[in-house]
Design a protein around this ligand. Structure first.
Ligand code: SF4
Length: 466
């Protein structure tokens, strides 16, 4: 790792940057404009956030809070857990544990900080982790392995069936840092009684693990509050999804990122509810006027991201969509799969509901919600089995009236690389032009953003889509 990278803790540094960034919108527009020449390095990411209006500013503050929680956790007597985006943080908040969701830190580090993320990525490999392990974890995990972050107390993630490289990265981190480790088994099937029972028992074992390693009991009143808040949040997301069904969709492209990143950081926390309400307000105003959410103002095409987005620095992927009039209809990350969601009608048995009437129903609800997190829900086995990736993608593509489908991941996504070609051919057979991106969502050294862009443009031109 370059010596200058060793100067600062990653989470502290990102927190300091975000704290300053989130205050820039508190002044007048004139003050904000005057500031621009002094922050050439960050204006590319700050500008689209501030231009997103109230939700953009709330998102900046929310991410600042998230980082501040990590940096100050031990001073506040809380424990810190390394975890993953396919594990809901809500249970951790109910037992006063601060989540460090590695993929969130990598994503925003990548979007806003040109220099350092690659050093952390490579540092994991220097320590012995394979270079084909998912970059989404490595991009921030390297900092924690190097001692450049908050002291980690425990590691919690899912089992390899969801994603082997993801699970192996957490296993590696737990072994290297010598920390207590819990892997929650992913449910083999969703919605059958035997598996639900097993999953519930496994989830209870995880709660025992948390209680043992924090010395605290799960706060049931707090859990109820969290679940009640998630109920509200799921309804708000569902309302946003309803707006997505309109042509043109009134949702700005960047709202998709806010929906899922907010959920991965603060599911069940009031700040995420605030963000969702503000997004709904913006979408509602645009919908009433029949306006597109695209900054170009005109929706030429509707694209569905069947996997994850591309996090090229300064939101260049989102800029490209905006510039070309391509609406982003969400992806695997943005869907909650609460039974209130509009798409559940085409995917019976895939949804979960929240019942806070007793301790048992609360724990069952949160375990079932966890079983619907991205990848756990639909990328844990054969892509063309009922309820899995293909069926889900087709149902969502139909509901949101998409014109094309884009796959993007990382070289580490072996679960999806093993099936992406037949999956894409099946989507084509159903009439959806499908483009497979070959880059790495978090590491532009695999394929430069310019090369990815060239292939995207080629696809849209050759298929006569634009
Ligand atoms: S499926 Fe892909 S993006 Fe998700 S954790 Fe695994 S390797 Fe990373």
């Amino acid at each position: 790792m370059r010596p200058e990278i060793l100067e600062y803790n990653m989470d502290w540094m990102l927190c300091s940057i975000m704290m300053a960034a989130s205050k820039t919108a508190d002044g007048s527009r004139k003050e904000y404009d005057r500031l621009q020449p002094y922050i050439p390095y960050f204006s590319g990411i700050l500008e689209p956030m501030v231009n997103a209006g109230k939700p953009g500013i709330t998102f900046l503050k929310m991410f600042t809070d998230y980082l501040d929680n990590i940096v100050t956790a031990h001073d506040k007597g809380k424990k810190v857990a390394l975890t993953t985006f396919c594990f809901s943080p809500s249970i951790l908040y109910s037992i006063d544990v601060v989540p460090v969701t590695l993929e969130i830190l990598t994503t925003f580090g990548r979007l806003m900080w040109r220099r350092g993320i690659v050093d952390y990525l490579d540092y994991c490999v220097e320590l012995g982790l394979t270079e084909t392990a998912c970059s989404a974890q490595r991009g921030s995990m390297g900092a924690y392995l190097a001692g450049l972050g908050a002291h980690v107390d425990m590691v919690i993630c899912d089992t390899p069936g969801v994603c082997d490289t993801n699970a192996n990265s957490f296993t590696f981190a737990a072994a290297y840092l010598d920390k207590p480790y819990f892997q929650l088994n992913y449910p083999q099937t969703i919605g059958d009684e035997r598996t639900d029972k097993y999953h519930l028992e496994d989830y209870m074992a995880m709660i025992d693990f948390l209680e043992k390693n924090t010395g605290k009991k799960l706060d049931l009143d707090r859990l109820k509050l969290t679940l009640d808040e998630i109920k509200i949040q799921d309804q708000l997301v569902s309302d946003l999804e309803d707006y997505h069904r309109l042509v043109p969709t009134p949702l700005p492209v960047i709202f998709n990122l806010f929906i899922y990143a907010g959920r991965f950081m603060f599911a069940g926390e009031p700040i995420y509810t605030k963000l969702l309400k503000e997004m709904l307000e913006v979408a509602g105003e645009k919908a009433a006027k029949g306006e597109s959410g695209l900054t170009s103002g005109k929706e030429n095409l509707r694209a569905f991201m069947c996997y994850i987005d591309h996090y090229a620095i300064n939101l260049q992927f989102y800029d490209w969509l905006n510039d070309n009039g391509i609406a982003h209809l969400g992806g695997i990350l943005s869907r909650t799969f609460n039974i209130a969601s509009p798409y559940i009608k085409g995917l019976e048995g895939s949804g979960y509901s929240i019942d806070t009437s007793s301790i048992e129903t609360m724990i069952d609800s949160i375990a079932q919600m966890n079983a619907r997190m991205p990848m756990v829900r639909s990328i844990r086995g054969q892509y063309d089995k009922p309820g899995m990736w293909l069926e889900e993608t087709l149902a969502l593509a139909k509901m949101f009236k998409v014109d094309c489908i884009i796959y993007n991941g990382t070289p580490g996504c072996r679960n999806t690389w093993g099936m992406v070609k037949p999956f894409a051919m099946d989507l084509e057979k159903h009439g959806y032009p499908t483009h497979v991106m070959y880059g790495d969502a978090f590491d532009e050294r695999v394929e430069s953003w310019e090369a990815s862009l060239e292939r995207l443009n080629e696809f849209f031109n050759v298929r006569g889509l634009l």
